[in-house]
Design a protein around this ligand. Structure first.
Ligand SMILES: Cc1cc2nc3c(=O)[nH]c(=O)nc-3n(C[C@H](O)[C@H](O)[C@H](O)COP(=O)(O)OP(=O)(O)OC[C@H]3O[C@@H](n4cnc5c(N)ncnc54)[C@H](O)[C@@H]3O)c2cc1C
Length: 391
């Protein structure tokens, strides 16, 4: 196969790769965008329940996990949530704010895919979908990229192949392997924004299906007050997905099931009543949950028959239920991958590898992981734009 020359090859036509290709090609660079999947940007399509939570108005570096918490600042400042929103508005895509600064499409995530595709087309990006990569080698002045369709020789190579979550729609460890090939370190990866599983003995049988306002915390992370959803396997819902990014196997999580309220005061007021304990709690918690939760700790009796120590035990557990999850639901259910290409090996202002001229890493493959709420797409847009501006 004859070698063809091009300025930039981008591997991975997801969120970050399309942004990088659009930016570089609109600067007048010749760009080939390669993806092994036949379908474009499947993760955008399924994101945000089909409506793509495309950014967050509160985007700031403290919403990201990374070994170097300052690394993402430069890219987020160079291309911010306001810049992406301006682009969305230019395409007249209808959107709304759901909660906590989370911006969603009114209609469909396809609007965001169409926007990025149009931006790539505006720059004349060459599309190479359904194309697998056979090898990448460094040569004088750049790289050779051998794909199943053609051989490219390029000056710049942008790796935007994403993380490991949801393998059936195209996730692979390609970016990590390529980073290792070029001597870049990888921060150990793990599923993040993922439901956690409990040992059945820790999960009271009838809790499945119950959803509650909760404040959840992992040992080494901030507290998140949002909903928690009990499932047959453990816990899910936004509060749990958030803390899962900070959780490691063997660590304890703590749940306050009555945040901002005081179970001790409630019990004090009702301590002489004939009402059953779960019925008292049912003012504040779903009845089914109150019943199962109390029954796991004490016999169900009228309030006036409890010793203070028994009520104290229930109150303490409600405000600080400590559980050691037995695992997570893994990459099959994780929204993102934590860890990735070590930011120490990259320049924060350009996303270029420090020791390999012309090589860039963008998006989820980098050790920058956002909270739930549109932060991961914003990182994809910001890092893709920055690399596309320099490659
Ligand atoms: C169910 C779900 C819902 C989500 N919802 C949201 C949300 O609402 N808001 C938000 O901010 N984030 C959300 N995320 C996270 C978000 O989708 C990712 O963080 C984001 O897509 C990462 O962008 P990326 O371009 O780095 O990787 P991706 O978008 O995953 O793109 C990587 C691309 O590389 C390609 N590729 C992989 N391996 C190879 C290879 N070997 N050769 C060639 N191509 C390859 C893939 O086919 C893919 O097209 C969600 C994730 C999931 C799974």
């Amino acid at each position: 196969m004859a070698e063809q020359e091009i300025d930039v090859v981008v591997i991975g036509a997801g969120a970050a790769g399309m942004m990088a290709a659009a930016t570089a090609s609109q600067r007048g660079r010749g760009v080939a965008l390669i993806d092994h999947s036949e379908r474009l940007a499947e993760k955008i399509r399924i994101s945000g329940g089909g409506r793509c939570n495309f950014t967050n108005t509160q985007t700031a570096a403290d919403r990201y996990l990374s070994r170097n918490p300052h690394f993402c600042k430069s890219a987020l400042a160079q291309y911010s949530q306001h810049d992406f929103l301006e682009l969305v508005n230019r395409y007249q895509i209808a959107w709304h704010e759901k909660k906590l600064g989370q911006l969603f499409c009114d209609d469909s995530a396809q609007d965001i895919i169409d926007l990025l595709k149009a931006e790539c087309d505006a720059g004349g990006t060459l599309w190479r979908m359904g194309t697998s990569i056979a090898s990448v080698e460094q040569v004088a002045g750049g790289f050779t990229v051998r794909s199943s369709r053609e051989h490219w020789r390029c000056q710049s190579l942008i790796i935007a192949s994403g993380g490991l979550s949801i393998p059936p729609i195209g996730a692979t460890g390609f970016g990590y392997d390529l980073a290792r090939q070029f001597g870049l370190a990888i921060v150990p990866t793990a599923p993040a924004l993922v439901p956690l599983t409990f040992d059945p003995k820790d999960l009271y049988g009838e809790l499945a299906g119950v959803s509650l306002d909760c404040e959840a915390r992992a040992e080494n992370g901030p507290a998140f007050r949002e909903n928690v959803l009990f499932t047959h396997k453990g816990v899910s819902g936004p509060a749990i997905l958030q803390i899962s990014s900070y959780w490691s196997p063997g660590e304890t999580i703590a749940l306050d099931l009555l945040p901002g309220r005081d179970a001790r005061q409630l019990f004090e007021e009702a301590k002489r009543s004939d009402a059953l304990l779960p019925n008292v709690l049912a003012d504040w918690l779903p009845k089914r949950f109150a019943q199962a939760f109390c029954a796991a700790l004490v016999d169900i009796r009228p309030m006036k028959q409890y010793r203070p120590a028994e009520l104290e035990q229930v109150a303490a557990r409600l405000h600080d239920w400590q559980v050691v999850p037995c695992g997570s639901q893994g990459y099959k259910k994780a929204e993102v991958t934590r860890g990735g290409v070590d930011t120490n090996a990259l320049q924060s202002k350009t996303l270029a590898a420090r020791n390999v001229p012309g090589l860039y890493f963008v998006g989820e493959v980098v050790d920058v992981t956002g909270w739930l709420g549109g932060y991961n797409f914003q990182w994809a847009w910001s890092s893709g734009w920055v690399a596309g501006s320099h490659a």
